[in-house]
Design a protein. Structure first.
Length: 200
């Protein structure tokens, strides 16, 4: 309980907004923890910060998505192959060095889902970073990728932020009582996101 209270106290500091931004950037590139894990303590500690925290998560997500896209576009062989090998489902992308096969996967997703494939990764545990890197490699229009991402990623964080603001007192009690269970549950959701990719 003491550690949880310290986390809530630290998250109420003004500089924690930049922590949310930075960690969300990292989540969009390589980190395996959903952004809601970083958003929740700050809003639970002080509901008046819901706008700044939500905005920081949304901006961090877009910046991270743009960086992941550029890694795929310009630095795929240097960094992208490792990220794809780490986060992508091997049943979908068995060889991260095979550019032609990845292009075929993206073409198939585009034929099947269109721009909705971006929306799906934006609001579900399916790894957003994998799609961003692959779209960069395939030279998918960045304005369309970031535009759809901005709408759906921001919407996702806004809904979470609103719920935490609306039920701040209840959320505070739940977080204090089930902090570690919630954290582990968020990581499990991220793992399930990898498994969900087999259904796309």
């Amino acid at each position: 309980m003491k550690l949880i209270n310290q986390i809530l106290e630290k998250s109420n500091k003004s500089w924690y907004t930049f922590v949310v931004f930075f960690m969300t950037v990292c989540e969009s590139i390589f980190l395996f923890i959903p952004p809601e894990v970083f958003m929740t303590p700050a809003i639970v500690a002080n509901k008046k910060r819901v706008f700044s925290i939500t905005l920081s998560a949304a901006l961090g997500s877009l910046v991270g998505g743009a960086i992941a896209y550029m890694i795929g576009y310009w630095m795929y062989d240097a960094f992208g192959t490792w990220l794809i090998a780490t986060f992508a489902n091997p049943q979908i992308i068995p060889d991260p060095t095979d550019h032609v096969a990845i292009q075929a996967v993206i073409d198939n997703l585009l034929d099947k889902w269109g721009i909705w494939m971006i929306a799906v990764t934006a609001v579900t545990p399916i790894p957003y970073k994998v799609l961003a890197i692959c779209l960069g490699l395939c030279h998918y229009p960045i304005w369309l990728f970031l535009g759809v991402s901005a709408i759906f990623r921001t919407g996702r964080f806004a809904i979470i932020g609103f719920l935490l603001w609306k039920f701040q007192e209840q959320a505070n009690a739940i977080v204090k009582k089930y902090f570690w269970q919630l954290t582990i549950g968020a990581i499990i959701l991220a793992v399930l996101g990898l498994l969900l990719m087999t259904l796309i």
